[in-house]
Design a protein around this ligand. Structure first.
Ligand SMILES: [Zn+2]
Length: 218
């Protein structure tokens, strides 16, 4: 791997369901999250209900999470969207950052819903500038080019559904960087059909609050 690839904002790896051959398994969608104790299970800041687990991705050469080794994303499904679970800062969703890798299955609280568990493999990295160049040569329009990048992936540029909503560092130190783009293709997550969620990581935020999630409906 080329030096500096991890921080190239145009380098991404597509996520697919891990097959029998395994491949480079980097995490999972749905199921029961590993290493999350009941006491650490996030509750919605709006309605206080325990949130539903969405995804768990490990850090590595495929994903730079600074000092953290894993992220786990949760969302509130208790009130049918009234908790504004699409917002990165209202507490209707939560991204935990883990300092250690703990694969134990701890009990969790009963939640509104549990999604089918799909183990994820990461494909080799691609340079999205190159994908754009190829698409342009084939005559794709800019909206078509962006839509062609709307799949589950690590890193790269977010393929917005309704426009750029990149979260910013609260101290004005710049935009956060895309860690995971999550669609409803592999698992029918209840973020409306065709919706896309994004998990961003803030390299300038020194606390375990450095990851944020938001989503836009299809
Ligand atoms: Zn809620």
């Amino acid at each position: 791997m080329a030096e500096g690839e991890r921080t190239d904002n145009w380098s991404s790896r597509r996520l697919r369901a891990a097959g029998a051959d395994g491949g480079l398994v980097v995490g999972s969608f749905g199921g029961h999250p590993r290493g999350v104790r009941t006491s650490a299970w996030p509750r919605c800041a709006v309605c206080r209900a325990p949130m539903c687990h969405l995804a768990q991705i490990d850090a590595g050469p495929w994903l730079d999470l600074g000092p953290y080794h894993r992220l786990t994303a949760f969302i509130c499904h208790a009130t049918g969207g009234r908790c504004e679970d699409w917002d990165p800062r209202k507490g209707g969703n939560k991204v935990l950052l883990h300092a250690d890798l703990d694969d134990a299955m701890h009990d969790g609280p009963p939640t509104v819903r549990v999604y089918r568990r799909v183990r994820l493999a990461a494909e080799p990295s691609v340079d999205e500038r190159e994908l754009f160049r190829i698409g342009k040569e084939r005559g794709l329009t800019m909206p078509q080019l962006w839509e062609s990048l709307r799949y589950d992936k690590l890193g790269g540029a977010p393929s917005w559904v309704h426009g750029d909503d990149t979260p910013q560092n609260l101290a004005g130190l710049g935009p956060m960087r895309l860690a995971v783009q999550l669609s409803t293709d592999l698992v029918a997550f209840d973020i409306t059909k065709g919706g896309v969620a994004w998990i961003f990581f803030d390299p300038n935020e020194p606390t375990a609050d450095a990851a944020r999630m938001l989503w836009q409906g299809g």
